[in-house]
Design a binder for this molecule. Structure first.
Ligand SMILES: *[C@@H]1O[C@H](CO)[C@@H](O)[C@H](O)[C@H]1NC(C)=O
Ligand SMILES: [Zn+2]
Length: 506
């Protein structure tokens, strides 16, 4: 795990040194931004970076106290490369000062709202605790700035796309690989929502321009006119691109939800101080969640080591430790990532709603089948999901006696790359499923699991479950909250022993 992380870091550092210079001439980051985000004026850029600096300073004071100094002098600031998930490369240093939360280009209005909310929280704290005189000036100057701005509040509603298909173009800078992967990411969004996209050469309305910038980043929601989505070196993977398109459709990062306290805690001491402002939560007025709960397996979630000052230390802890290696995944959109977009963009798309089971719902784009939670399949989600590249999985009754399941090829030759199996373990009504891992247990080991066995024990089977990988067999038994437990095996990068587990009802 450590070696992998260090390798990533090394690659990022090398890439930094190389690609900022093309034809011997440095490309100033603001040039890249101006070129691909023409709807932001020079004034907008000045205002946005000014607000970002203030957000940084205020957040820094709030977390670390007045005496420590935030690095505001970006021009002389030699920041280390950072990334928000081991599965998503960080942007290069020159561009990072313009970005929020690692990969978001804010509009001045969005930056304004974020600063205002931060100050509101601060004022509340200030009344409670001893006052911080030096902050007064900041607060006063910012409220002047805020009252000057008479535009209405930013909300997810306004940033929604209005015309479909959503048009997009490929900038010449993109690699062939990137073009292929972007196509797959768009297909995935189209296959699971009512959204349609269309590649055009002459856009007729607001559109997305995919280009190869200094990392992966995007704006939030529809901005108007041409808006870039940067798919830089190392970002050419469908899950990462789905994440960036998610931003362009209006999604913020999952751990920035106002209710993130339910599920995660920060470790401020492990966060590079200068990036503490990238761990703020949005307010309820900035996001619409449509009743969708917080999902640890969201493709929009930070990983455990986001902005860490030491790759062996975590910055985001999950309250339930069993989710620690679930967060940060970039394989693909989670069930709930898809559903929040469907609720926002596709209400009442079908004349007839199908009777979908197990939390599934009628596919708003096709109307002839259901979208099923991970692990479920069949037209109406009443069965287990079909396996991939293996013969495995099934619907099994949990009995009084133990029964066993294993990953494909267990233990020799072990599992192979790109396999998937799903088991639905069903206890009698009123009983629960108890599962424990036995014998050898071994999966490719990463901070966020890339190969794993996932256990969904929650009463809400739509939520992503605990993902287990690495070399230590989990010792605690897992008990389902209701009569069903879903177990998913998935491999994406490696071959290894896999798992064996036994289960019964209790
Ligand atoms: C989208 O759906 C088509 C048709 O079912 C399928 O062939 C394709 O593999 C899917 N693509 C993605 C990226 O999900
Ligand atoms: Zn992001």
């Amino acid at each position: 795990m450590k070696a992998y992380a260090k390798f990533c870091l090394l690659v990022v550092v090398l890439a930094c040194g190389l690609t900022v210079f093309v034809d011997g001439a440095p490309i100033p980051p603001d040039h890249e931004l101006r070129q691909h985000f023409p709807s932001l004026s020079n004034n907008d850029f000045a205002e946005m970076t000014n607000l970002l600096d203030q957000i940084k300073q205020v957040a820094h004071d709030r977390f670390y106290g007045k005496d420590s100094v935030a690095v505001a002098q970006h021009s002389t600031d030699m920041r280390p490369s950072v990334s928000i998930s081991i599965a998503q490369p960080g942007v290069q240093v020159p561009i990072s000062r313009y970005l929020f939360e690692g990969d978001i280009l804010l509009s001045p209005l969005q930056a304004n709202v974020i600063l205002r909310n931060l100050l509101r929280v601060l004022r509340k704290n200030r009344r409670r605790r001893s006052s911080w005189p030096a902050l007064k000036q900041l607060i006063t100057s910012s409220s002047m700035l805020l009252s000057r701005d008479k535009r209405s509040l930013y909300s997810s509603e306004k940033a929604r796309w209005k015309n479909f298909p959503i048009q997009y173009t490929f900038h010449d800078s993109l690699s062939v690989d990137a073009v292929t992967e972007i196509g797959l990411a768009i297909d995935y969004w189209m296959n699971h929502t009512c959204l349609t996209f269309e590649k055009v050469s002459e856009p007729e309305r607001d559109y997305i321009e995919f280009f190869r910038g200094q990392g992966c980043y995007s704006m939030i929601g529809r901005v108007g006119g041409r808006q870039g989505v940067s798919i830089g070196d190392g970002c050419e993977r469908t899950g990462t691109i789905e994440h960036e398109i998610g931003h362009a459709l209006g999604l913020w990062h999952e751990q920035a939800r106002p209710d993130a306290d339910c599920c995660i805690v920060l470790e401020p001491d492990n966060i590079i101080n200068n990036f503490i402002s990238d761990f703020l939560q949005r307010s309820w007025e900035e996001v619409l969640t449509y009743g969708i709960p917080y999902d640890m397996g969201s493709v929009m979630h930070y990983g455990s080591t986001a902005f860490t000052n030491d790759w062996s230390k975590k910055t985001v802890l999950t309250r339930d430790a069993r989710y620690q290696r679930t967060i940060g995944q970039r394989e693909r959109l989670s069930f709930y990532d898809v559903q929040v977009i469907n609720k926002a963009y596709c209400p009442k798309h079908c004349d007839i709603d199908l009777p979908c089971f197990n939390g599934g719902y009628t596919h708003p784009g096709k109307c002839d089948g259901c979208i099923c939670p991970d692990g479920f399949g069949g037209i109406v989600c009443d069965r287990h999901e079909q396996p991939k590249n293996a013969q495995c999985g099934g619907m099994l009754p949990a009995l009084e006696q133990w029964a066993e399941i294993t990953s494909p090829g267990y233990p020799h030759p072990g599992y192979n790359i790109d396999q998937k199996c799903s088991w639905i373990l069903r206890a009698p009504q009123g009983k629960r499923v108890e599962l424990e891992f036995i014998d050898r247990f071994q999966f490719f080991c990463t901070t966020t699991c890339l190969d794993f066995v996932e256990v969904k024990a929650s009463a809400d089977v739509k939520l992503t479950g605990f993902r287990y990988c690495c070399f230590e067999r989990p010792t605690e038994a897992v008990v389902s909250e209701l009569a069903d437990m879903i177990v998913i095996f998935r491999s994406t990068v490696s071959r290894d022993v896999g798992f064996k587990a036994r289960f019964r009802y209790s």
